[in-house]
Design a protein. Sequence first.
Length: 207
Amino acid sequence: MKRFFTKHPKLATIIISSITIIGLVGLMTSPALAVATTAVVTVTGTPSFIGLAIAPTTYTINSEGTGNSAMLINTSYYSNPAGANDTVAPSTTVVDGECTFTITNTSSIAIDLTGNMSDGSGGSNPMTNVNGATPGAASYSAYAYYSGELIASKVLLKSTGSTLGNFKSNQAANTNLKVGFEFSTETAAWSGGVGSTYTLTITGTAH
């Protein structure tokens, strides 16, 4: 064999090259060794659901503490369980115990709260919401406050069209907010003793 390659070097080269090509073809046609042929990603989507609840759902002005259970004219009342009567304002910084109501954000997202309080209906002396002005002969004003804020920062409750998020901005999902309200009565004398109804509406929108 040695003599053959020595005598015919070109032929030897051709034979070696042919062997190399055959080896490469064999490598290209061999099946790949597969570790995994699929990859899986689990995707979760959470709906932007908005919901809220308030408790209690009824309230009588001047029903807290030991004071007179009927309203007086030209008087400001607070839903403040910690006061001896409803004319006692909350502390400079409101605390939970000075708030009658609990608003629960049952949403899956943070929300802004807007509050409105309607004009009165029925009874002897239904009052009109003056939307922040000084109450007059047949009108009232209303504000809301919540635990943790300054009472001086109380927010206006209009009859309609309160500013978006004026009540509370960015209440986190699945959290509670302790709230109360201030209600200032008319200046003129009552003409009768039958109660009127006012509706406080809290609306939640996506923050």
